[in-house]
Design a protein around this ligand. Structure first.
Ligand SMILES: Cc1cc2nc3c(=O)[nH]c(=O)nc-3n(C[C@H](O)[C@H](O)[C@H](O)COP(=O)(O)OP(=O)(O)OC[C@H]3O[C@@H](n4cnc5c(N)ncnc54)[C@H](O)[C@@H]3O)c2cc1C
Ligand code: SF4
Length: 523
C-alpha cells in the first residue's frame, strides 16, 4: 500500500476537466493493473474566478460521467470528489499529494489548456521523485509545432491566411488542386443578414438533455458549496457525455446549419441561440472532436442539405478561428495575459455581473448569460466586449469576468478572444483594428434598440445611447494610438467633422457615464 491506503502505481495519467477525450494519448500504453488515471475536482480551479454555477455543473458532471466510462472500460480511476473539506489547494498542490500517496514514477498529462496550470504542474513536480510527461493534445487539428511552422516566417498573424493554409493542409472544402469549393474562400459578405421588423421565423431550439442522477448530485453540490457564484443551476441542459455531444451536433446539422451562415451576426432579444451551434462547451471539454463537427457539416453540403455559405462559415469558425486563437495563445503566453495596448484602467462595472442596467442590449445579453452561461459571438464581441472596450475597462478584469461567466471559457480560447480580438489589448497582433462601433451597429444587427429607452443615434442628452457617447470618446481618447491606422481613417474623418463644442459635450457626457460605471463589484 502507498501512503494513505492507496495501491502504488507506476504511471499516473492525470485527466483535467477539459480533457475528457476517450482517445487521448494519456491512455496510450496504460497498464490497467499497474497504472491509474487521476481526476481531481479542485476547489481552487472552481474559485480562482467566481465561476457560473452551470459552468461548475458542466465540468463536474462531465468529469464524473467520464470517470464512470473509464471504469467501465477497465481503467483504475482515482477520483477526488470535491466536498466541504477536501481539494482546497491548487492542482500544483493536490497532484504532488497524489504522487506521494501512489508512489507513482511518472505523471502523464495531455497539454493543459491553461498556461497557469501547465506552469503549476511543472513547478509541482520539481521536488518530487516522479517525472512529468506532457503528451500532445490530439483534439486540435494544428499542433503547436505546426502553428510555429505557419507563423515563423510571416510578418503578421492573420486568420484568413491561416485558415486557407489549414483548408489545404487538411483537404477541407478544396479540390485536388487546392482550390476552394465554390470558387471562393470566404462568404463573409453574404453572412450579415438580420431578421428585420418581423423577427426570426420559428427556429427549432437546440436539443436539450435531461438530468440523470450524476447531474442531480452535482447540482446539489454546486448549490451547497458555491451558493454565491453567479447564475443558477436551474435550466442546466448542456451535453455532459460524448454521446450527448454527438447528438447535439446531429441536431445542429439537421435543423440549424442550413441558415447558420447568413444570420451569424444577428441578435434578437429573447433568442439566445438562433442558428448557432451551441457546441463550444462540448468542443472545449473534448466531448466532441472538431474533425467530427467539420466532417458532419461538409457531408451536409455534399448531400445538398446545407449551402456552401453556411458550411464554409461554420468550418471557418472551427478549422480557422478555434485553431488560430490556440496557436496565438501558446505562441504569445505568458506575457500576453498582461498586455494593455490602450492603457485601459477602469474596473468592470457592477451591472456586468447582474444585468441591472437600462441598456437593453447589455441587459438582455447578461440576463441570458446568467440563465444559460452562453452568449453568441456577436453579443460577446459587439455588445458586452464592445462596452468594456469603449468604457476602457482594464483587459485582465474583462478576461477574469469572461472566464467566470461563460460555460465554454478556458484560458487558451478566452485570452486571445478577449484580450486580442475584443479589447485590442495586444495592439493588433491579429486584429487589424479595434472592433469599435457605436449604437448604430447594434441597432442595425438587433432588435434591442427598439426596446431601449436610449436613442442609438444620440451621443449627448438624457436619451443618448451610452455606446454612441463612449464610441466618440474612445476615438478621441485613443487618437494618438489609432489615428495612423489606415483602417481607422474613415472613423477619424467622421470624428473630425464634429465641431469643437460637440466634442466637448461628448467628453462631458462620457465623463458622467464613466463616473456612473465606476462602482466595481462582483460576487
Ligand atoms: C470576446 C469573446 C470571447 C470569446 N470567448 C470564448 C471562449 O471563452 N470559449 C469559446 O469557446 N469561444 C469563445 N469565443 C468565440 C465564440 O464567440 C464562441 O465560440 C461561440 O460564440 C460559442 O457559441 P456556439 O458554440 O454556438 O458557436 P457557433 O457560432 O455555432 O460557432 C461554431 C464553433 O466555432 C468555434 N469558434 C467560433 N468562433 C471562435 C473563436 N473566435 N475562437 C474560438 N473558437 C471559435 C467554437 O468552437 C464554436 O462552437 C469568444 C469570442 C469573443 C468575441
Ligand atoms: S440604444 Fe444603445 S444602449 Fe440601447 S439597446 Fe441600442 S445600442 Fe444598446
Amino acid at each position: 500500500m502507498g501512503a494513505g491506503g492507496v495501491e502504488p502505481v507506476r504511471r499516473l495519467a492525470l485527466v483535467l476537466g477539459d480533457q475528457l477525450d476517450r482517445d487521448s494519448k494519456v491512455f496510450d500504453g496504460l497498464d490497467r493493473e499497474r497504472d491509474a488515471v487521476l481526476m481531481i475536482e479542485s476547489r481552487h480551479e472552481a474559485t480562482f474566478v467566481p465561476q457560473h454555477k452551470q459552468r461548475l455543473m458542466l465540468f463536474f458532471s462531465a468529469m464524473r460521467h467520464f470517470r464512470d466510462e473509464l471504469r467501465e472500460r477497465g481503467h483504475r480511476v482515482l477520483y477526488s470528489e470535491l466536498d466541504g473539506r477536501s481539494n482546497l489547494g491548487a492542482l500544483g498542490e493536490e497532484v504532488p499529494r497524489w504522487l506521494r500517496k501512489t508512489r507513482a514514477q511518472t505523471l502523464v498529462v495531455s497539454e493543459p489548456g491553461d498556461y497557469r496550470v501547465r506552469a503549476e504542474l511543472r513547478g509541482a513536480l520539481r521536488g518530487e521523485d516522479a517525472r512529468l510527461e506532457i503528451v500532445q493534445d490530439e483534439h486540435f487539428l494544428c499542433s503547436q509545432d505546426a502553428f510555429s511552422e505557419f507563423a515563423d516566417d510571416r510578418k503578421g498573424l492573420r486568420l484568413e491566411t491561416f485558415y486557407r493554409w489549414m483548408r489545404r493542409r487538411h483537404g477541407v472544402l478544396v479540390d485536388g488542386e487546392g482550390r476552394p469549393e465554390g470558387e471562393r474562400w470566404n462568404y463573409d459578405g453574404e453572412n450579415r443578414e438580420t431578421f428585420g421588423a418581423e423577427g426570426p421565423p420559428e427556429i427549432k431550439a437546440p436539443r436539450s438533455f435531461r438530468w440523470d442522477d450524476v447531474t442531480r448530485e452535482v447540482a446539489a453540490l454546486v448549490d451547497r458549496e458555491f451558493p454565491d457564484h453567479p447564475g443558477s443551476t436551474r435550466g442546466f441542459d448542456w451535453p455532459v457525455t460524448t454521446k450527448q455531444a454527438n447528438a447535439a451536433l446531429r441536431d445542429f446539422v439537421e435543423h440549424r446549419l442550413r441558415d447558420f451562415g447568413p444570420y451569424q451576426d444577428a441578435m434578437v432579444d429573447g433568442h439566445p441561440y438562433l442558428y448557432h451551434s451551441r457546441l463550444s462547451a462540448s468542443l472545449k471539454l473534448h466531448l466532441l472532436h472538431p474533425r467530427r463537427a467539420i466532417e458532419r457539416a461538409v457531408a451536409a453540403y455534399e448531400d445538398g442539405a446545407a449551402p456552401i455559405h453556411s458550411v464554409e462559415g461554420f468550418v471557418r469558425q472551427i478549422l480557422g478561428w478555434r485553431e488560430f486563437v490556440r496557436g496565438v495563445y501558446w505562441r504569445e503566453m505568458p506575457d500576453y495575459a498582461d498586455r494593455n495596448a490602450l492603457a485601459a484602467d477602469r474596473p468592470m462595472p457592477a451591472f456586468m455581473w447582474t444585468g441591472e442596467t437600462e441598456m437593453r442590449c447589455v441587459g438582455a445579453s447578461i440576463e441570458q448569460l446568467l440563465e444559460f452561461g452562453y452568449a453568441h459571438h456577436i453579443q460577446r464581441l459587439m455588445v458586452l466586449g464592445l462596452f468594456a472596450l469603449l468604457l476602457g475597462v482594464e483587459p485582465r478584469a474583462v478576461n477574469a469576468w469572461h472566464l467566470a461567466l461563460y460555460v465554454d471559457a478556458i484560458d487558451w480560447v478566452s485570452a486571445p478572444n478577449v484580450l486580442g480580438m475584443s479589447q485590442y489589448a495586444d495592439g493588433g497582433l491579429f486584429a487589424s483594428k479595434p472592433y469599435c462601433g457605436s449604437g448604430a451597429y447594434i441597432n442595425r444587427m438587433s432588435d434591442y434598440c427598439g426596446r431601449c429607452r436610449f436613442d442609438p443615434k444620440k451621443s449627448t442628452g438624457t436619451d443618448a445611447c451610452p455606446f454612441t457617447t463612449l464610441y466618440w470618446d474612445f476615438l478621441s481618447r485613443n487618437r494618438n494610438r489609432l489615428r495612423n491606422n489606415p483602417r481607422m481613417a474613415l472613423q477619424y474623418r467622421n470624428l473630425d467633422k464634429k465641431s469643437r463644442s460637440e466634442r466637448r459635450a461628448v467628453r462631458r457626457a462620457a465623463d458622467c457615464l464613466k463616473e456612473s460605471c465606476s462602482e466595481a463589484a462582483g460576487p
